[in-house]
Write a new protein. Sequence first.
Length: 301
Amino acid sequence: MILLEINNRIVEDTLRQKFDNALAGNKPDSVDITIADFDGVLYHISNPGGDKTKVMISISLKFYKELQEHGADTLLQREYGPFITSTEQGYDVSLLFDLEAVPADKDEVVKKAGLLKRNCFASVFEKYFQFQQEGQEGQERAVIHYRDDETMYVEAKKDRVTVIFSTVFKDDDDVVIGKVFMQEFKEGRKASHQAPQVLYSHREPPLELQGTDAATGDNIAYITFVLYPRHINKNARDNTINLIHTFRDYLHYHIKCSKAYIHSRMRAKTSDFLKVLNRARPENNVKEKRTITGRSFQQRN
């Protein structure tokens, strides 16, 4: 299966090109790019005030206020420091880069800029991973409405951190294929005992969410990840965050790919059947004959 990139390639390529042109002594040019990402996220790359020597990268997340409650601002200040600037109107976070003072570690800066969405998400995970490591059980569950009709829940227990995604399947076919995928996740744990436990529930929320306003319905599913200390220690937590924050997009991406593959195979098989039918069509054996008087007639077999 394909793992989706956690970075935004367009942001990285654009900023890297700007840095390289500046170092080459080329005249800076203007930029104004709006980029759509998963989960309704928008990026905007522009020159603030029309100054071509400055590049601003802004991001808009509909759920950023919920992330702020879990330390998003502090984490971004830690990761981006001097690049944090006054927020562009209509966006939640803005970074400003000066092309007249390209940083010495420009490759690392470019990489971090591409991880802006990931780092916004990371705050809630880091917070609850820390709760578990410090034994702070009983903290209020984090609820992040990362899409209009889908929600993520994060809760710390004494021996684990539980992450629950609710997701909506638009088609009945998606429900069936989604169940197959989740079964593979369960089977995968048998092959690797180090993998986190994965639970799947359809229509009804898991026991952890009973009594809450969690949505129910035939097209609603809940995926639960049980993360143990080996998944959230300092050596493993970054990789865990990288993988888990893109899980919803990963699941639906592969469902769509599976449907596209099934449809392509159906079309190919239908084409084969039509060829067989065409070969089986009986020939029209019509022979024209003449009578002794010269009149013609057709004889059919």
